[in-house]
Design a binder for this molecule. Structure first.
Ligand code: HEC
Ligand code: HEC
Ligand code: HEC
Ligand code: HEC
Length: 151
């Protein structure tokens, strides 16, 4: 009898975990795998049109998607690529690239140093990740209006 109760309890606990796990995921990611890039912590308001980022399309294998490894965009606290699979959780970019607003180069900093230092800004980190790859690969939008639709 006791064993049966314990099993029932464990099964219930499992269901609770599944239920809450699922609800957190549903809140964070859109069903269609498109992320509305509208970080309200980094920007008081958005000057540009909101970027609709085809997240799932980027990591889905070719020919349906672009076949980009998770680690091309998600890395650890020393910048090393993370090995992930669909369903894994990640830290938001803003947790580390945590300077809000527009980057401004301090007058006494040389240009080369600034190239790295400006990555502290969320906006610069995102632009570097997205635009650099599109440029280097010769595919994907690099023009402002091709990512930020005109309002
Ligand atoms: C081309 C870049 C890129 C690739 C490839 C990529 N991601 Fe992401 N991912 C992002 C960005 C950008 C966000 C938004 C992060 C933010 O708002 O801070 C994000 C958000 C997420 C989130 C949180 C939102 C959600 O949908 O739940 C998870 C989890 C995630 N990615 C996991 C993955 C996994 C697992 C892979 C590989 C199967 C992957 N990502 C591939 C760029 C990418
Ligand atoms: C856990 C902390 C952390 C998170 C989360 C994080 N980064 Fe980084 N990122 C770093 C560190 C550390 C570096 C290395 C910086 C350096 O070289 O000084 C880095 C480097 C970069 C670079 C420059 C190097 C390169 O790979 O081209 C870009 C661009 C970048 N991150 C974008 C992102 C984006 C986009 C996200 C979210 C999808 C993200 N980062 C999430 C810590 C983080
Ligand atoms: C490692 C490379 C890589 C990174 C990083 C990357 N992309 Fe792309 N992106 C691509 C490729 C490849 C295509 C497909 C181009 C084609 O086939 O025309 C693409 C296409 C796109 C398109 C046009 C088609 C669509 O899916 O709507 C948009 C918009 C886009 N990317 C936005 C982003 C944003 C926003 C980020 C950063 C959060 C990002 N990309 C990061 C490689 C990348
Ligand atoms: C490959 C896609 C892509 C391209 C091209 C691009 N951006 Fe962005 N941009 C983003 C993403 C993603 C963010 C982060 C938005 C967020 O998470 O809130 C962003 C943020 C911004 C922001 C801060 C938020 C706001 O709306 O005020 C500004 C300003 C901006 N971009 C201007 C530009 C300008 C100007 C250009 C052209 C020189 C440009 N971007 C090209 C993807 C892109």
């Amino acid at each position: 009898m006791k064993g049966k109760h314990l099993l029932l309890l464990l099964a219930l606990a499992g269901m609770v975990v599944l239920f809450f796990g699922a609800s957190i995921n549903a809140e964070e990611c859109a069903d269609d795998g498109v992320i509305e890039m509208k970080n309200t912590e980094a920007f008081d308001s958005h000057r540009m049109g909101i970027v609709m980022f085809g997240h799932k399309q980027h990591y889905t294998a070719a020919p349906d998607g672009y076949g980009i490894a998770c680690g091309e965009c998600h890395h650890d606290d020393s910048g090393q690529p993370l090995e992930l699979k669909e369903g894994d959780t990640v830290q938001s970019c803003f947790e580390c690239h945590d300077q809000p607003g527009n980057a401004r180069k301090p007058a006494d900093m040389d240009r080369e140093e600034w190239e790295t230092a400006k990555l502290d800004y969320y906006k610069e980190a995102l632009h570097a990740n997205c635009i650099d790859c599109h440029k280097e690969g010769g595919a994907g939008p690099v023009k402002c209006a091709d990512c930020h639709p005109r309002p």
